[in-house]
Design a protein around this ligand. Structure first.
Ligand code: SF4
Ligand code: SF4
Length: 277
């Protein structure tokens, strides 16, 4: 889990690039002398799916979870805030660590599952450059090199990372949009919408069902019901909504009646401007 201060540049330049068939010699568990020392004073960036899993596991409303267990940090370019797990104020330990280990183990965040494995995705410096895995070595972690060999593929499978990656894909696609590189930082209203749709899912659900949303957008009944009752469906829907509202992509459809009244308003504006000539 520790971030170790490894920069993207250093990773791309210096780290051995591993594929799924390469091996990892690592063991973590109650028997290691460093047990839980990595769950302290660490920057853990939470994905939208991490927040969904943890707030559900703790039976909390997303707003309550965010207020109690997270803080906002900034990305390097300052364009978007990131949601970080908040360490205890006094001992700086993760609020979920205990003598027995992680108390939310089944629902622990993606970054905790991956450690000590990192994943690098070079973005576009060379079109043939592929993503790769790399191993993080830090002094505090004594789990390396004790003869517990397994392939990267098996490690990923043993940590149940697949579900997190599958549920993380719509968010990843959103983040890889060129809008973030080329566009200006979001204005406050859009930033608020982004944070709500990504992380504060219970509030986003109220936005869908307790406003005129369903009168404006053409969403079929079965989909709406799924979004009403299933957090995973809601998260996927939220990512589509953001693509529509931030990038103007056609991921949402306006109702015919709304399009008609927009057309009538445009026609009226056209006639008025003609009359004024
Ligand atoms: S969520 Fe669990 S694994 Fe992650 S830092 Fe906290 S206690 Fe450790
Ligand atoms: S072996 Fe590494 S990952 Fe496992 S408890 Fe120790 S420091 Fe944490």
């Amino acid at each position: 889990m520790p971030d170790g201060g490894t920069t993207q540049e250093a990773i791309l330049r210096d780290y051995p690039r591993l594929s799924l068939d390469d091996t990892l010699d690592f063991h973590c568990g109650k028997g290691v002398d460093c047990f839980t020392s990595c769950c302290r004073d660490v920057s853990i960036v939470l994905t939208p799916y991490d927040v969904l899993r943890m707030k559900k596991a703790l039976h909390l409303d997303s707003t309550e979870f965010l207020e109690k267990y997270t803080i906002l940090g900034c990305t390097k370019d300052q364009k978007l805030p990131v949601v970080l797990l908040k360490m205890n104020a006094g001992d700086k330990r993760c609020p979920f660590v205990s003598d027995e280990g992680c108390s939310v183990y089944v629902h622990r965040p993606w970054a905790c599952r991956m450690y000590p494995l990192g994943v690098a995705e070079p973005n576009g410096s060379h079109p043939t450059e592929r993503g790769f895995y790399f191993v993080i070595h830090e002094d505090l972690c004594h789990g390396h090199g004790n003869g517990s060999q397994c392939s990267i593929r098996d490690w990923i499978s043993s940590q149940s990372i697949d579900t997190f990656e599958m549920m993380g894909d719509p968010f990843k696609d959103l983040m890889l949009n060129e809008f973030w590189e080329k566009g200006e930082p979001l204005e406050p209203r859009k930033l608020e919408m982004y944070l709500m749709a990504c992380y504060d899912l219970d509030r986003f659900r109220r936005f869908v069902f307790e406003t005129r949303f369903a009168e404006i957008f053409d969403v079929d009944e079965a989909r709406l019901e799924a979004v009403r009752t299933d957090d995973e469906e809601l998260l996927i829907f939220a990512m589509e909504w953001l693509r529509f509202s931030l990038f103007n992509e056609k991921t949402m459809k306006l109702k015919a009646s709304v399009l008609d009244s927009m057309q009538r308003a445009n026609d009226k504006a056209g006639i008025e401007s003609e009359t004024l000539r």
